[in-house]
Design a protein around this ligand. Sequence first.
Ligand SMILES: C[S@@+](CC[C@H](N)C(=O)[O-])C[C@H]1O[C@@H](n2cnc3c(N)ncnc32)[C@H](O)[C@@H]1O
Length: 303
Amino acid sequence: MHITVLLDEVITSLKPCAGGRYLDVTVGGGGHSEGLLAESGPNGVVLGTDADASAIARSTERLAAFGSRVILRQVWMDQVPALAHQLGFVSLDGIVADLGLSSNQLADDKRGFSFMREGPLDMRFDASQGVSAADLINQSDTESLVELLQKYGEVDRARRVAEAIWKARPLTTTVQLRDVLSGIAKSRGRIHPATQVFQALRIAVNEELRRLSDSLPGLVDLLSPGGRLAVISFHSLEDRIVKRAFRDMSTAEDDQPGFGQPKVGYKPTCVLVNRKPIEPSEAEVAGNPRARSAKLRVIERIL
Ligand SMILES: C[S@@+](CC[C@H](N)C(=O)[O-])C[C@H]1O[C@@H](n2cnc3c(N)ncnc32)[C@H](O)[C@@H]1O
């Protein structure tokens, strides 16, 4: 069962109220949506979206008691602004994105997200379309693998790892890949060498970083003035994208370090609610180690 991360902090940041309209673009197990619905009663509405059909099924069950106050749709994050416009679900009071994968996905052997479980090397959030991790590995040349491992996993000695993977192809299961990696990659402290490689593949298979940066401006456009967007990231690659996009939308300064030139004719549409990201308390991390790397950034639309 997935434990929702930074729930109180998201609720405090978005300040849900009766009659409000909220969007949860990573509905997952439904935890943040449930909090938003509970706090925006009796008539607040939540549109919950996720690329994963099983997340939509799970949330449908969990949120059933809220009846017509919940709308759930299977859709990628970068396609949510278009969907929201189609549904007339605009002028929103708050939006939450809780990035990455859920414990429910990690625990499902058939999805191939975990190197601790034997399963097909799949890793697609939307299992009905796109290229699986196995296909990606088996069809890539070494150079593309090196680039993918460096860019999305910051993998040490990426060339050596890529060459070992390439030689062992075709790989079809999680355990086959883990065994290749156990033989060559170095552990980072207590972190298994497969951790970074599995992260890199998952990010590539789901185009997570591209979708994140493509979606942020469109999501902010859905907010009404005073509405807020809260994003929880779990690693520096995601956090960097969120930090940059939020800075671009909230400052009239050029973002080149050392320049600080005003952007001509540019009016910021947002303000940062918190300059430093909000991190989980020690108590939260003790109860849910998965929360340890979470960072919450919040922006408020002003124009
Ligand atoms: C960390 S879980 C969300 C958990 C949820 N907030 C809860 O409390 O139960 C992240 C969810 O986002 C989905 N997801 C991640 N990246 C996505 C993207 N680019 N587009 C759509 N869904 C995405 C995953 O399928 C997963 O279900």
